[in-house]
Design a protein around this ligand. Structure first.
Ligand code: NOJ
Length: 520
């Protein structure tokens, strides 16, 4: 590892959805000791940091994204002592821990909201957004965003489920409490924070109606001028960054909600967040031209000052393999991961992506996710990408000794970690090779990036280089062999998904990931 290695810039971040990763106590739900028991697997995979989706006490109206205590662990996931053990064991293996802070809203069972709704003159009334008359703001999960409280005869606002009331960030006490949450976890040794929908913390002070626009779902029928991306967010980010900079090597990545690459980039840089997610890949078709366009736009938006990041999958979207692959064939998953792990920007891997896990399909009666229940059959929700990790071919895929909270994908007997570890040609072993290459290559970690040739033929080609190392990455998204651009000197083979040696003239096979080196 290089001396100037910065973990969040040069490393790879792996997202774990705790309830689906590993169940240590046989209740069908994953937990923190389960994660600790799998750290050797993660260290061997070669990742540098774990982002843990919420593990705090929660009534689970939105599976942990409705928090009822910010400074504790839900007993189903373990205890604070289990958390400390996990952090220490991860640090021993040089793996950093990022926790998920959901500070736009609390659970409606959070003691603050219980107090707030108890009467109009409760001191915490103003900690949430209460109004006599609702405006036209919508809930992202469906329907109007205002819930009538019969007891106190006012409405409160919720951007997500009605059990997730939005906090009033303009209230100085709320603001102060939230900064304490950052301090609590930073003091406990966590290395970074993922900020859930941070760009929705502030809403327009005058509660102006959002203008209408064309869209399919309710939320999409409005231009979100007044409920997202308010200017007050910028000074707050500065305050959060100043707080984090009191600790060594801390990191914050924001989840930008309904945002273009430019908007995401506007929240990052010195005195702001280290990163804001770029979800553009998740909306793109599987083609060299689409990905090239996405990379170019993001590169332009981030410029020289902001370190980019790339995401193919997370707990809110169908998995990359589900979106792209044909049946159980992993060619497309290999290409997508070949791209993710060789671009200039922090790669985020989602648990199970390294073995090409596919989404599960559920009957209507089995759907647990609130927006899936609301919008069925037009949208079936996010349960599909949250199924248990497929560790081996034993019952419940080695995830749990009990019936899991969501069913295991029926392909688990063939598609699992143990089987792929044994198979030299597996997706897992390919991903491991790519990660090992990235870890040993300053050019892949932080070298310059330049797109080569026109992706219209179906080949995405780019250069990654430092003064000491010149690499060329070629990804053939087309169904035909393609000629590669000539180089002045003959290149050497660094890694290929298809071959062990190079032939002249240089060609790339359909579906091939090919990394070449030319003398620096
Ligand atoms: C974004 C999270 O990623 C998603 O899972 C959650 O439902 C909403 N924010 C609300 O917290």
């Amino acid at each position: 590892m290089q001396d100037d290695f910065i973990w969040w810039r040069d490393g790879i971040i792996y997202q774990i959805y705790p309830r689906s990763f590993a169940d240590s106590n046989g209740d069908g739900l994953g937990d923190l000791p389960g994660i600790t028991s799998r750290l050797d697997y993660l260290a061997e995979l070669g990742i540098d940091a774990l982002w843990l989706s919420p593990f705090y006490p929660s009534p689970d109206a939105d599976f942990g994204y409705d928090i009822s205590d910010y400074t504790n662990i839900d007993p189903r996931f373990g205890t604070l002592a289990d958390f400390d053990t996990l952090v220490a064991a991860a640090h021993q293996r040089n793996i950093r821990i990022i926790v998920d802070l959901v500070l736009n809203h609390t659970s409606d069972q959070h003691p603050w909201f219980l107090e707030s709704r108890s009467s109009r003159n409760n001191p915490k009334r103003d900690w949430y957004l209460w109004r006599d008359h609702p405006n036209n703001w919508q809930s992202f999960f469906g329907g109007v965003g205002w819930e009538w409280d019969a007891a106190t005869r006012q409405h409160y606002f919720h951007m997500f489920a009605r059990q997730q009331p939005d906090l009033n960030w303009r209230n100085p006490k709320v603001h102060q409490e939230m900064l304490e949450v950052f301090r609590f976890w930073a003091e406990r040794g966590v290395d970074g924070f993922r900020l859930d929908v941070f760009n929705a913390y502030f809403k327009d002070e005058n509660y102006r109606d959002n203008p209408r626009k064309f869209g399919l779902r309710g939320f999409e029928r409005y231009n979100h001028l007044y409920d997202i991306n308010q200017p007050e967010m910028h000074p707050l980010l500065n305050e959060i960054r100043t707080l984090l900079d009191h600790y060594p090597e801390r990191y914050a990545v924001g989840e930008t909600f309904v945002a273009s690459p430019e908007t995401s980039a506007s929240y990052c840089g010195p005195g702001k967040l280290h990163a804001a997610f770029n979800f553009d890949f998740t909306f793109r078709k599987f083609s060299a031209a689409e990905f090239a366009d996405s990379i170019q736009k993001w590169t332009q938006a981030t410029g020289a000052e902001i370190w980019p990041n790339y995401v193919l999958s997370n707990h809110d979207q169908p998995r990359s393999a589900t979106r792209y692959a044909h049946g159980e064939d992993d060619t497309r998953a290999r290409l997508a991961l070949g791209m993710l792990l060789t671009l200039r920007g922090t790669p985020f891997l989602y648990y199970g992506e390294e073995i090409g896990m596919r989404d599960i399909r559920l009957k209507r009666s089995e759907i647990l996710d609130p927006p899936g229940q609301h919008y069925w059959p037009f949208y079936t929700g996010r349960d599909g990408c949250r199924a248990p990790m497929q560790w081996d071919a034993s019952p419940q895929a080695g995830f749990s000794s009990a019936k899991p909270w969501l069913p295991v994908h029926p392909n688990y007997r063939q598609r699992n970690v143990a089987a792929q570890q044994q198979d030299p040609g597996s997706l897992l072993n390919f991903v491991k090779k790519l990660i090992a290459l990235r870890r040993s290559s300053p050019a892949l970690q932080r070298g310059d990036f330049r797109l080569l040739c026109d992706p219209a033929q179906g080949v995405l080609s780019y250069e990654r280089q430092t003064t000491a190392q010149h690499l060329r990455v070629h990804l053939n998204f087309s169904a035909r062999p393609q000629a590669l651009p000539a180089t002045d000197v003959s290149p050497s083979l660094v890694l290929s998904s298809h071959r062990d040696s190079l032939n002249q003239p240089l060609q790339i096979a359909p579906g091939e990931v090919l990394i070449l080196q030319t003398p620096a």
